[in-house]
Design a protein around this ligand. Sequence first.
Ligand code: AMP
Ligand code: FES
Ligand code: ZN
Ligand code: ZN
Length: 309
Amino acid sequence: MKCRKCGEKAVINMRQHKLALCKTHFLDWIPGQTQRFIEKYRMFGPQERVLVAVSGGKDSLSLWDILWRLGYQADGLYIGLGIDGGLNYSSESQRLTQIFAEQRDLKLHIVNVLENYGETIPEMAQRTTRGKGKPCSVCGLTKRHIMNRIAREGAYDVLVTGHNLDDEAAVLFGNTLNWIPGYLVRQGPVLEANRPGLVRKAKPLCRIYEREMAAYALMRGIEYIYDECPYAEGSKSIYYKELLNKLEADRPGAKLSFYLSFLQAKKNGLFAQAADPDIELLHTCPTCGQPTSAPGECAFCRMTVKIVE
Ligand code: AMP
Ligand code: FES
Ligand code: ZN
Ligand code: ZN
């Protein structure tokens, strides 16, 4: 197989695009595509300050690398969750993130959940009933809260995450199986800050396959944490990803077209009537100032208040 651009030996074949590329052209192509999607979905401009949420995984570190190469003003945020799982998951991912930032002389904010809120994520999950013993929902709530808090405190224009096409297709698949209109309306490449106290969010990698992000990190020589979060094992999202990959194997491009057709349908107004009032963030939390769906303290402040006091 030969590179479409130069005829040298190709190192990757992307069947959904009918495109094979050599290493040099692949390493060029990924940032080029990312730039295209940043513009297409109006995620942010060159003058805006970007905060990249980095987990130490391949997607978010590669995203930070790409934004840096594209010349954006992008700082990082790492959230120390206190997850060990027998593999030093959090401390190892923090170490790799710090090395990455130092190598490129980039600014990295670090927020440690234990130091800030008195408990690690697994401890918080044990104490509360949220998520029935599994820490993932406590973790998701905490990450969303901290990401928005640091973005506001640092006056960033936009917060970006490393969600790739496989992540987005799996979320979409779950929301479609359950037909949750409120979630479907809000899923997309950009979530505007349409409430006071909320920062715009964007996912510049939302159209790039996970496989290609892994290839990018590897070819770029980015050291990232290979392990998944130990609590992700057996999760629905991994199961949905496997199902979608089976579909993809028979029909190259199926994952991408599932996601893109959804975006098109939404653009055409399919979900226009479906805004779910329950998840509309109409109120402001008196403690943290972030928007919340009901009057009074937000779910995060209610969850952590016992410890902070
Ligand atoms: P996940 O929910 O683990 O699939 O991660 C999705 C995205 O959230 C990643 O690509 C990162 O941008 C961000 N993220 C996940 N974990 C962390 C963390 N510990 N600190 C900062 N950002 C994170
Ligand atoms: Fe949060 Fe796994 S529980 S990353
Ligand atoms: Zn080439
Ligand atoms: Zn709050």
